[in-house]
Design a protein around this ligand. Structure first.
Ligand code: PAF
Length: 299
């Protein structure tokens, strides 16, 4: 039977916030016994319209109770990354969960998730070779940190569905692979990127941009769109068009622009592919990606 709430787990109006992983596991088990499906939306907080979209996609799945996790996972940040300054706005996040009628929020502390400390020796999930490419090349250890925390969340929440954004496309592919390779009995659902009116992909890190950098940042999505527009002419044309747009904005420091297959293997000559970009705008690292259909055109 589910124990009553304590001071560590509390009800914020109609959203119940659980801090304790074991207690949440008991609560979701009771819900599953009552015939409900659990849909997990893992987040690091600083919720925005992109997260609202993930929540809404989770809600339309059959007979679900949505659990939003809010946890800034130290394991996925490198030593020179923005862990300390990563935006934390828990009360605003709860407000968004309330507006979106999320019933359960899981907001553990670092100690709850990593009782032995997040810096010492521990068992982690190895992402395989794809974890060292693209984002992984610039952020060593990042995907081991992501997959470790996501696997912990999967075990704690035991969801039927787990919902992630396509903006972090490599993360989504690795989570798909992890669920398959490690036999997690759940469906991983990818949700299309939500964009600002001018195309900029929504990201919690956009909050770091100055107004000038905000203008420069739109070049990333503009480059991807330019590439996608000429996709019928093949891979070289796609990359040339996208590079051409990026070259026009000196405020962008390109990390990579790559065309890959949808599984992030080599891009096919014809057919579905993914164009991915990462760049620094000032000190903020942004990523974006777009679907492209490669094919031989007549131009
Ligand atoms: O995409 C994110 O916000 C994070 O990488 C995730 C999946 C919540 C794991 O910490």
């Amino acid at each position: 039977m589910t124990k009553p709430l304590t001071k560590d787990d509390y009800r914020a109006d109609d959203v119940t916030v659980h801090r304790d992983p074991q207690r949440l596991t008991r609560v979701v088990k009771a819900l599953r016994s009552a015939g409900r499906n659990i849909a997990l939306v893992p987040t690091m907080g600083a919720l925005h319209a992109g997260h609202r979209q993930l929540i809404r996609e989770a809600q339309v799945m059959q007979n679900t109770v949505v659990v939003v996790s809010i946890f800034v996972n130290p394991l996925q940040f490198g030593p020179n990354e923005d862990l300390a300054k990563y935006p934390r706005q828990f009360e605003d996040d709860l407000g968004i969960c309330r507006e979106e009628r999320v019933g359960l929020v899981f907001a553990p502390s670092v100690e709850d998730m990593y009782p032995d400390g997040s810096g010492g020796a521990r068992v982690t999930v190895h992402p395989g070779p794809l974890g060292d490419e693209l984002e992984g090349a610039s952020r060593p250890g990042h995907f081991a940190g992501v997959l470790t925390v996501v696997s912990k969340l999967f075990n704690i929440v035991q969801p039927t569905y787990a919902v992630f954004g396509q903006k972090d496309y490599q993360q989504l592919q690795l989570i798909h692979r992890m669920a398959r390779d490690l036999n997690f009995p759940l469906d991983v659902v990818g949700v299309p990127t939500v964009r600002e009116h001018d195309g900029l992909a929504l990201s919690s890190r956009n909050a770091y941009l100055t107004p000038e950098q905000r203008q420069q940042a739109v070049t990333l999505s503009a480059a991807l769109t330019a590439g996608a527009h000429v996709s019928s002419q093949g891979a070289d044309a796609v990359l040339k068009a996208a590079h051409g747009v990026l070259a026009q904005e000196p405020g962008i420091e390109l990390d990579y622009l790559e065309l890959r297959g949808t599984d992030l293997g080599p891009a096919p000559e014809n057919g579905d592919a993914r164009l991915l970009v990462a760049a620094r705008v000032g000190s903020t690292r942004l990523i974006d990606n777009i679907a492209v259909l490669l094919g031989k055109g007549d131009e």
